[in-house]
Design a protein around this ligand. Sequence first.
Ligand code: ZN
Ligand code: ZN
Length: 217
Amino acid sequence: MKGLYKDFPERPSGGRVYQRPNEVKVCKSCGAPLGRNYKSCLECYNTIEDLWILDWKELIEKECILSGSNDEKILAEVIIEEIDKHSWTIVDSAMKMVKCKTCGNELGGGPLDCPECSFAFGNLWGYDVEAMNQGKMTGNEHSLRVGRWVIRYPHRQKEKVVESWKFSMPILITGKMATTQMGQFFRKVIDEANFNLSNKVYQSFEEAYIDVKNNTK
Ligand SMILES: [Zn+2]
Ligand SMILES: [Zn+2]
């Protein structure tokens, strides 16, 4: 029993400090649905990234560590060594701070052929499986995590995949989810490029789905 427990440590939840936007808004800076242009627009970036940053701030305050200090870097390195003990938002935040020893980029975010980044990236997802099984992570939170990894390091993905996540993030951050079927539908729409999903602000995946259905043959 004790051994079993050791194999499945309880996964802490993450991303719950941030007060999420309750509707999809138009970004005042770039004019797109807020959160879509994570890479190129600070307003969009903050809307997504704050979900991670607020958890990190809470942690360093608890540890009496100053933001930007050397202690913060050391803490990030410690966390990378014990990822099973921390929430997904804390681990992702630490990965952003720790540089890969092989390629020098944010750990997990280097070029696709960097073995150290691939290894670190691959190690992240056991948490999600366990945490979802334990009811500590929602499907929406898992999607946000995957989506942020895609849009933060778009060079690691196919262009259409990045486009698809950029479309989803503003809706996901409000807490809504697409069904698997709907996800496949949007991927097809983006692959075939027969409808411009970036023109309008959709509050939900259902709304976007109906719009595409009504306006394509
Ligand atoms: Zn923006
Ligand atoms: Zn690397």
